[in-house]
Structures are given as C-alpha cells and as structure tokens.
Design a protein around this ligand. Structure first.
Ligand SMILES: [Zn+2]
Length: 75
C-alpha cells in the first residue's frame, strides 16, 4: 500500500527522470557526446526509418549495448 506522501515522492522522481531525459536528448541532438552511464559507450540518436502511421518505431536515444534505451515518443 502506498500512502499519499510516498506517491508524491514517486511522482517527483519520475518528473526528475523526465527532465533528465530531455536534457540528454538536447545534448545528443546538439551533437555533443554523451556516454551511457552503464557501459560508457557514446549514445546515439536513432530516427524512425519509416514514418507510416502503423510504425512502432520511435525517435530514441540508444547505446550500442542497449542498456540505454530512451524512446522519445513525447517529442
Ligand atoms: Zn550502455
């Protein structure tokens, strides 16, 4: 059971990670090198290869190993 206080903590945390994902996206899109926090490989921006309505592919930031996998479907 989650009480109100814990719930608002959770919301705060998810807002923080949302903000940090946006920061990350801005850096990568600006051509800056950002390293994956897990494997220390450079992150890269992946753009959808096809833009049909049925496409499940999203713009995202990924690392080679796949430990960073941020889908930017909120853009
Ligand atoms: Zn990684």
């Amino acid at each position: 059971m989650i009480d109100i206080k814990q719930f608002s903590e959770l919301q705060k945390n998810s807002k923080n990670s949302f903000a940090s994902q946006r920061q990350l996206m801005k850096k990568v899109m600006a051509g800056q090198t950002v390293l994956c926090t897990t494997c220390k490989q450079p992150l890269f921006l992946l753009t959808p290869t096809h833009n049909g309505a049925a496409s499940n592919e999203n713009l995202g930031i990924y690392c080679k190993k796949g430990c960073t996998d941020i889908q930017l479907d909120f853009v």
